[in-house]
Design a binder for this molecule. Sequence first.
Ligand code: ADP
Ligand code: MG
Length: 606
Amino acid sequence: MPDIIQLLPDNIANQIAAGEVIQRPASAVKELLENAVDAGATEINLMVNDAGKALIQVIDNGKGMSETDARMAFERHATSKIKNIEDLFKIKTMGFRGEALASIAAVAQVELKSKREEDETGVFIEIENSQVIKQEPIAMQTGTSIAMKNLFFNVPARRNFLKSNAAELRHIVDEFIRVAMSFPEIFFSFTSNGQQVFHLEKGSMKQRIVQILGNSYAAKLVPVQEQTDYMNIYGFVGKPETAKKTRGDQYFFVNNRFIKSAYLNHAVMNAFNEMIAKDSFPMYTLFIDLDPSQLDINVHPTKQEIKFEDEKIVYAFVQSAIKHALAQFSISPTLDFDLDASIQSLDAVSKPFTEEKKSSASSSSLYNTFTKKNQSHFVESKSELKHWRDFYEKDKPQPDTFKPQVEVTALITQNPKPETQNLLQLHNSFIVVQTNRGYFLVHQQNAHERILYERFALAVEGKPIATQQSLFPATIELHAADAVLLKELLPDMNHLGYQLEPFGNNTFVIQGTPADVSQGNEKTAIEKMLEQYKHFSSDLKYSKREKLLRSLALQQSVKAGTSLTDKEIKVLIDDLFNCAIPNSTANGKPTYLEFKKEELDKLFGR
Ligand code: ADP
Ligand code: MG
């Protein structure tokens, strides 16, 4: 038997390794922008075609590379930024590890042009499959231009995995904003298919925020700034009245690197406490600087998560800094605390941060007693789905999209029959519906979500929902990434009764909305829908349309805590049991629980 182990050829090994660093066009954009920043550029231009699938080019006026460095730069583990393992602990530049350019050269056709100040001519290098195929001197200004074409041209499996141009472009916009936000002293421009998306002049942090997030924040930013030996925080939060229904405008940077942290976000939300509505999100752009040795360096550089040595101190610090800022600007009524004292005594630490409470209902014994036995909310047996309708107003015309797959069986006779007279609303949240064998406890919000979902599903399949024209069309200005998303959803939104028109600059005119969205609330409705959508958007198993339907249903459903008139209650219950699948929401939450009389009797010892 011959030996069977072989070493993979370099270009294949590089392609495999590249997968970790370059997952999609946006990852390459991030690496190239960060390299340009690290090179000390004061002007950085990003150009993409076809959402980066055809071309990503970054041109900077940074320090450039020598001829040898230019060739070396594309070798794996080639970096000018660290020399030994200790350097990893104090790294101040954006990228490190020396993997980005090697990865890019493994999965795209690359053209590099670079010149240093002290050199007469620059160098031009062309690379394909990690091989230099051309090199010659060129005349150019100091700086570097890297163009990568046909990303994943040699890895079709990855190329096929890429999402629509709109989705990939949205990721690129996100990455661009994250870099541009943290370097207001650098000029940035961004064009997509020759059209300008951003043109960001050098300026102050405040100006940069307004350039990126929109003029509506211009007079509404509260500065945050606190310094201690342990860490510094600076940046801005939006005044409470600028809080939005969508989470978009929230940025945390640690040592100038964008991070996502639910924990720190919680600290900010906590500081805003009673000042904003519960379901709204304040804007913030906050920079935290601390000794890199206080960060967990084992976190992969392409990941946005981060670990602090001492999370609780950071939490307390962030929370008090924001409270302090809001108080100083007389926005918060609580003036009676002192920042340093509160950090030293670690006030927020003594009341430890608890994870979101698990729904207590699901663990209560009552809930278990009834749900486990009857499972009325599980859509397990398809034969059970339809019979409601047969029992309930037989002769009403039914939506025909949701044909049950299984014919009605003998089971019918065992199904409970809801009575829609004398309905009772409890706690403005639940509705009691008596049946022939007990009662249903209907969750009004979940029920409405189911009803809306089926209505919207019908609408996109064929008969559109009527639009109510706005008398005074409102405009809505979105975060660039949200604008890209909304554009993508416009055709389906149209069927659902939203008449929206792009108006340039991430602005849309709301010409009309479905009749049940009240005038004046159009903007909020759309913002909330986008927020919901983003919530689902990492869920690959649903189509765009499905996510839209679910988002709208969730967002427009009448909320728990809303008092309903008798008529509204009756319509809700009628509509629910007219649904094809009345017993759960599209997202799988039960719409009602069944309580059987015989089991109630047993509980009472009868
Ligand atoms: P890293 O950034 O981790 O060092 P990269 O693969 O991104 O690794 O880049 C390798 C090296 O190429 C960098 O260390 C730097 O010396 C050089 N380089 C990359 N991009 C630029 C640029 N835009 N201008 C000047 N030098 C650059
Ligand atoms: Mg780099």
